[in-house]
Design a protein around this ligand. Sequence first.
Ligand SMILES: Nc1ncnc2c1ncn2[C@@H]1O[C@H](COP(=O)(O)OP(=O)(O)OP(=O)(O)O)[C@@H](O)[C@H]1O
Ligand SMILES: [Mg+2]
Length: 320
Amino acid sequence: MIRTENLTKLYQRNTGCSWFHRDIDETVAVDHISLHIKKGEIYGLLGPNGAGKTTLVKMLSTLILPTSGTASVNGYDIIAEPKQVRTSIGLSTGHERSFYFRLSGEQNLEFFGTLSGMKGKILKERTDELLKRVGLYEERKVKFMKYSDGMRKKLSLARALLVDSPVYLFDEPTGGIDPVSAKVIRETIQELSLEGKTVLLTTHDMLEAEELCDRIGILNKGKLIREGTPLALQREIEGKKIVIELQGSPPRAFFSEIENLDYVSRVAVGNPYLEILCEGQADAINEVVRTISTFGVRIKSINVKHPSLEEVFTELTREQ
Ligand SMILES: Nc1ncnc2c1ncn2[C@@H]1O[C@H](COP(=O)(O)OP(=O)(O)OP(=O)(O)O)[C@@H](O)[C@H]1O
Ligand SMILES: [Mg+2]
């Protein structure tokens, strides 16, 4: 549904010039990115500020041209068939300047709906439904210029959802939006995916990415440094943590025995908890439990913790 091949965007900016030379500042915002997002998939782009997420979304939505590489959306080439690409997507970017400031939220939606060929009762019902869904119904008669940042973002999402499209591109759909409305927006995105729509979103919210996305791509300095399901990314970081609650105090030799096990890299002793960092999860748990039982120590509880997506993200972007 969305396919990119070595997609690259180089921004060039004049930083000064004289008769003899010109200073040009170059930024490779998106650097040879190749990805394939399947139909019905929710794909999340994560990355630090300036990683290139918005630039990628802008290229896919034909707002800017790539410097090199190719991409297609819904089977249409973003350079050769921009019109078809635009009619295939619902787009919501973070900074909306395209609304009419003197029109109300409702009038804005009606205007864009009319442009897309909707009219009459169908248009009215659709705008009402969307204004309710994003939590703007009460403020529907208020002029856009009086909307807060969050309200503007909500209207931009409502506009993206106005027309039924096979592909949706959302740049930080819940950034700056209150928690209750953000939850509704996440649910709406999930519904889109259940209807078979393809969604590409960017977010800084790791829990949102974990909860919502089928796959995640981590961008850093324009490069796609990792890609996978949230769980696969979490498993990538070595050192799973096993937290064991013991009954009674084991002898001193017990701790060194556990520390010497092959899979175990570190043991932190608390009372009554024992924290064990290890690799090769299933084998490690079996070996640890077997060793504990040879000492006749009883286990009250055992818990295996994966690193959070936030820990994975921090680790991977720091590595770079
Ligand atoms: N119009 C522009 N002209 C020059 N450089 C730009 C322009 N837009 C973005 N950049 C640069 O391109 C890089 C990527 O920016 P981009 O906005 O795509 O990042 P982002 O991942 O969306 O960041 P954020 O999380 O802050 O939204 C940054 O270094 C940025 O300074
Ligand atoms: Mg951005």
